[in-house]
Design a protein around this ligand. Structure first.
Ligand SMILES: *Cc1c(COP(=O)(O)O)cnc(C)c1O
Length: 399
C-alpha cells in the first residue's frame, strides 16, 4: 500500500537542526565519552519539597481525580492574581483575566488559533523560542520574523516593519528576559510595543517565562505594568523555570479579557484542563515559596560568573546576562554556529546550542545553558580552554 501522505503543515516543518548534534552526542556516549550537556534549557535542580508534598496530598484526594475545569480552579487563578499584585503591582480579575495552561508552551502554541485566519500575519522575534513561528504556521498564518540585533540590545525594531506587513499582522510574540539571547527589556521598550499594537490593532503576546530568574538585583517587569498594555496584550507565565517544574506542565496566561477568553475557548475544544492536584501544588508554589526563585537566581548568578569568566579566559566575548539561565556568545572567528558546536562537541564532549537553531539571525552565536552544577561547568570550561583549534575558529569556518 502506498503511504498515506502527511499534512503539509507537518511536511513543511523546518528540519530539526539539532539532529546532527544529537547523533554525535549519542555516538560519543556509546563510546563511553563523558558528555557535558550545556545545550538544554531544563533546570538540573529538583522541585522544592513543599511543592512535591502538596502534590502528594492533593493526588490522594479523590475529588481531584475527575476532569478539571477548563479555565483552571478558581483558587489557582486567585493565587495567580495575588502573585501578580505582590510581584508586579498589577491587579487581575481571576475569573476573566487568568487562564491556567498545561505549561506555557501549550498556551503559546494554541493562541494563534484564536486570532489568525489563513493569510493573516503573525510577527515573532528571531532568534527565538521556535514555538512562536510553528504556532503561527499551524494556524494557517504567515510568520514574519523581526530580527534581534546585537547593536540594538537584541530588541526588535518595530519601526522597520513595513506598513503593509504591520497592517496584515494580528499577533506579535515578544519575550523578555529573552531566550536565547538573555537580553532584557526596559519599560520604554514595552511602551513602544503598546504604541505599535494600538496603531495596527495587533495582539501582543509577551512570553515572561524567565521573569523570576534575574541577577545583580535586577527585577524584570511585567508587560502588563505598561500603560495601555491590558487593552492590547496578554502575558504567558510558567512555573517551569521559576520553581524547577518543567516536567509538571503548569503555566498560565493573563491580561486582556477578550484574548484570555478566546484562548480559553480554543482550549475547551482541545484539552480538558490541568490535573487539579498539580494546580494545588501550583498554589503552594505561588503562595508559600516566594523565596525559591531568589535562591535559584543566586545559584545561577554564581554559575553565570563562572561561565562568563571562563569563556573570557578562552578569548571569547560573551554577553553578561542580567536574567535567564543562558549565556549568549559570539562564535569565534565569525564561524558558523553549527560547525562550531559540532567541533566543540567532538573535541571536548561539551554540548552547546548553535544560535542558528533559534532562527537565521541567531547565526554567528552559541548559547550556553547554566543548568549544570559548578564542578561540571568548571570541567567544561577547562576542556574548552584546551581546545585551541576549535577556539581559533580554524575548524569552524564556513567551508
Ligand atoms: C521554557 C520556555 C517556555 C515554556 O515552558 P513551559 O514548560 O511550557 O511552561 C516558554 N518560553 C520560553 C522562551 C522558554 O524558554
Amino acid at each position: 500500500m502506498e503511504e498515506i501522505p502527511l499534512a503539509k503543515r507537518i511536511l513543511d516543518l523546518p528540519p530539526y537542526l539539532f539532529a546532527e548534534i544529537d547523533r554525535a552526542k549519542a555516538s560519543l556516549r556509546a563510546e563511553g565519552k563523558d558528555i557535558i550537556d550545556l545545550g538544554v534549557g531544563d533546570p538540573d535542580l529538583p522541585t522544592p519539597e513543599p511543592i512535591v508534598r502538596a502534590l502528594a496530598r492533593a493526588a490522594a484526594e479523590p475529588a481531584n481525580h475527575r476532569y478539571p475545569s477548563y479555565e483552571g480552579l478558581l483558587p489557582f487563578r486567585e493565587a495567580v492574581a495575588r502573585w501578580y499584585r505582590r510581584r508586579f503591582g498589577v491587579d487581575l480579575d481571576p475569573v476573566t483575566e487568568v487562564v491556567s495552561l498545561i505549561g506555557s508552551k501549550e498556551g503559546i502554541a494554541h493562541l494563534p488559533l484564536a486570532f489568525l485566519d489563513p493569510g493573516d500575519v503573525g510577527l515573532y522575534t528571531d532568534p527565538g523560542y521556535p514555538v512562536y513561528r510553528v504556532a503561527i504556521l499551524f494556524a494557517g498564518g504567515v510568520p514574519v520574523s523581526l530580527p534581534l540585533r546585537e547593536e540594538v540590545g537584541f530588541l526588535p525594531d518595530l519601526d522597520a516593519v513595513p506598513e503593509e506587513t504591520a497592517r496584515r499582522a494580528k499577533i506579535l510574540y515578544v519575550n523578555y528576559p529573552n531566550n536565547p539571547t538573555a537580553a532584557t527589556a526596559e519599560k520604554t521598550f514595552f511602551e513602544r510595543v503598546v504604541a505599535f499594537a494600538r496603531r495596527y490593532r495587533v495582539l501582543v503576546c509577551h512570553d515572561a517565562a524567565y521573569s523570576e530568574i534575574a541577577f545583580d538585583g535586577y527585577r524584570p517587569s511585567s508587560f502588563l505594568e505598561t500603560e495601555g498594555a491590558r487593552e492590547v496584550g496578554i502575558e504567558f507565565h510558567s512555573l517551569s523555570k521559576t520553581f524547577n517544574m518543567t516536567g509538571w506542565r503548569i503555566g498560565f496566561c493573563v491580561g486582556n479579557e477578550r484574548a484570555v477568553g478566546a484562548l480559553g475557548k480554543v482550549k475547551t475544544n482541545i484539552d480538558s484542563g490541568l490535573f487539579q492536584a498539580i494546580q494545588y501544588a501550583g498554589i503552594e508554589a505561588l503562595e508559600r515559596n516566594g523565596k525559591v526563585p531568589e535562591e535559584l537566581s543566586r545559584i545561577y548568578q554564581e554559575r553565570r560568573d563562572l561561565v562568563v569568566n571562563g569563556l573570557r579566559a578562552c578569548g571569547l566575548d560573551p554577553f553578561v546576562p542580567k536574567a535567564t539561565f543562558y549565556v549568549w556568545c559570539p562564535v569565534p572567528g565569525k564561524g558558523d554556529s553549527r560547525s562550531f558546536a559540532r567541533s566543540l562537541l567532538l573535541n571536548t564532549g561539551v554540548v552547546v546550542t548553535p544560535g542558528v537553531g533559534f532562527g537565521e539571525h541567531g547565526e554567528g552565536y552559541f548559547r550556553v545553558s547554566l543548568t549544570a552544577a559548578k564542578d561540571r561547568l568548571e570541567e567544561a570550561l577547562y576542556r574548552i580552554r584546551k581546545a585551541e583549534e576549535v577556539l581559533s575558529g580554524a575548524s569552524c569556518r564556513v567551508p
